[in-house]
Design a protein around this ligand. Structure first.
Ligand code: NAP
Length: 287
């Protein structure tokens, strides 16, 4: 899919560790191909202790755009000249854009999830949301739910203190009603609208795991979203589907967070037609 590499080709990339599993190169290289842009996107596995050197090196090489993934989304903030207000609220950066003074940090995870929910007609506004997990991804999810004026948020997490920390962080910016409960205390949860599963539980290769096995939980809401995209249907989504709920996996969130990053790097808005075409292409690659 990569166009001819020549003297004018510019490099984009992903910094993380590990990076072998990523499908971001497919998203960005197909986007460049379809848009006729002379870019190549490559993954960079950066070892512990080498992040600062990697960012300095990328700047020296004039790498115009980078994505940042686990475990560097928070740490990288120390190596940037500026961070957008949304990334500051979330406390994590997944996209860097080069400017003359250095890199600016953005977070496109929240907007990626939002685009995926809008496309699938899942409305956060005025909905009661349960967020399962309180890790890095949950921060973006929580801030998005509050920003979209959901009715109420309940954070379910194994470690209550981490759930409380996430709730306090959201309360700094929004007056949303937020409750926190332990993963072992969900049996008396009140009915709600949407559950968003943000833990890595059920991700390949541990595809038989599920953070919530109690069948009664799945009678309390109408829509189940899992941020995991491999497998396409986690045990959490399979159980939700069996109970007649609407389900959505994390593929489109991943796709749209990548698209948002590409739009930031190039200062463009990509048409729906091109996005549809690119998405079909990627789905065919991973079918
Ligand atoms: P993370 O920061 O490591 O999140 C850990 C969370 O999962 C914590 O709440 C942790 O609970 C909980 N957890 C982990 N193992 C557990 C277990 N065995 N039992 C109970 N709770 C457990 O990870 P992350 O960066 O947020 O990523 C989470 C998932 O989201 C990953 O699968 C990632 O691929 C996916 N994701 C997808 C997208 C997308 O675009 N689709 C974007 C970002 C992330 P404690 O607090 O108790 O430790």
């Amino acid at each position: 899919m990569i166009q001819k590499i020549d003297g004018k080709t510019k490099v984009l990339g992903l910094i993380g560790n590990p990076v072998e599993h990523t499908i971001s190169p497919s998203i960005h290289n197909i986007l460049s191909y379809k848009l006729g842009m002379n870019y190549v996107y490559v993954p960079f596995c950066v070892n512990k202790g080498m992040l600062e050197k990697a960012i300095d090196g990328a700047r020296a090489l004039n790498i115009e755009g980078l994505n940042i993934t686990v475990p560097y989304k928070e740490q990288v903030i120390n190596n940037l000249i500026k961070v957008t207000p949304l990334a500051r609220q979330i406390g994590a950066v997944n996209t860097l854009k080069l400017t003359s003074g250095g890199y600016i940090g953005y977070n496109t995870d929240a907007d990626g999830l939002n685009a995926s929910l809008v496309k699938n007609n899942i409305k956060l506004n005025k909905s009661s949301i349960v967020i399962i997990g309180a890790g890095g991804a949950a921060k973006a999810v929580g801030m998005l739910c509050a920003r979209e004026k959901c009715k109420q948020i309940t954070i379910i997490n194994r470690t209550i203190s981490k759930g409380e920390k996430l709730a306090d962080n959201i309360r700094q910016y929004y007056d949303t009603e937020i409750k926190v409960i332990g993963l072992n205390k969900i049996y008396n949860i009140s009915p709600f609208d949407i559950a968003i599963q943000t833990t890595p539980i059920g991700m390949s290769p541990q595809i038989l795991d599920n953070p919530i096995i109690d069948d009664k939980f799945y009678n309390k809401f109408h829509t189940a979203v899992d941020l995991i995209y491999n497998p396409r249907k986690t045990q959490f989504l399979l159980k939700a589907e069996k109970n007649g709920l609407k389900i959505l996996n994390g593929f489109e969130m991943l796709f749209y967070q990548g698209v948002k990053a590409y739009e930031i790097w190039n200062d463009i808005k990509i048409s729906e037609e091109i996005l549809e075409d690119v998405m079909i292409n990627i789905l065919n690659q991973y079918r």
